[in-house]
Design a protein around this ligand. Structure first.
Ligand SMILES: [Zn+2]
Length: 241
């Protein structure tokens, strides 16, 4: 069983690589959603500015209609000036005319203010239009980048997947099951390489006797603290000639 550990270790490295790529890939949909939400927010703000302008223009039209409607009445009063007989009647007529003219002048002031507001709103929309165009371009280029990143990740994953397949028939089904279960439960490596007398998984120092057992390369031995299968990597002998 122990002799399968180097192969399982290679398989494990590949699986870890794929996991890393999968995590990166899983982030992309959320990034795209954020990007779209951002654009929608800008669009909504732009739409609100347009709605506000329309509202101002509508108000202005209403006021101008009101002025136009009052004009015949004013003309009628003015034409009656020639027909009145008494001072009292004349005074009453003059008062009506003055009231109406006062009301009209107030409406005219309001129309003037509305025209100023409309000019300001038009300017704002002009700025917002060019901002929106910039945001649209930014959105498109960011989106393209995310989609390209995803395509690249998919390709990388496919390459690793192919390499992974090679190990399938070289590892016993019992050990493979144990490995798969471990990954499912713990999501990390089952095989831990011993490094400087410590478990490569949990980094705790191992008893020398356990290390000696592992170095016999016969049976599988587990780390007492994390339960990973321990593996001793033979040092490469450098021949000096
Ligand atoms: Zn450990």
């Amino acid at each position: 069983m122990y002799d399968q550990l180097p192969i399982l270790l290679q398989r494990q490295e590949i699986d870890n690589e794929i996991d890393k790529l999968d995590i990166e890939k899983a982030r992309i949909p959320a990034e795209l959603t954020n990007l779209e939400a951002e654009l929608a927010k800008h669009n909504a703000a732009f739409q609100a500015k347009n709605d506000a302008l329309e509202e101002l223009q509508k108000e202005r039209r209403n006021k101008e209609r009101q002025l136009a409607m009052q004009q015949p009445q004013l003309d009628k009063y003015k034409s009656q000036r020639l027909a009145v007989k008494t001072n009292k009647e004349y005074a009453a007529l003059e008062s009506e005319i003055a009231d109406l003219e006062q009301a009209n002048s107030e409406i005219e002031d309001e129309v003037l203010e509305l025209m100023i507001s409309i000019d300001e709103a038009v300017d704002e929309i002009e700025v917002a239009t060019s901002e929106l165009a910039t945001q649209g371009t930014t959105y498109k280029s960011k989106r393209r980048r995310f989609l390209a990143a995803r395509r690249k990740l998919n390709k990388q994953i496919a390459v690793w997947d192919e390499k992974r397949g090679v190990f399938l028939d070289k590892i016993s089904s019992g050990l493979m099951r144990r490995y798969d279960n471990w990954r499912k439960r713990r999501g990390s490596s089952l095989v831990a390489v011993i490094k400087e007398q410590s478990c490569g998984g949990c980094h705790l120092t191992l008893p020398p006797q356990l290390i000696n057992e592992v170095r016999k390369e016969q049976e599988l031995h587990m780390c007492n603290s994390c339960g990973r299968i321990l593996y001793w990597e033979k040092e490469v002998e450098i021949s000096e000639e």
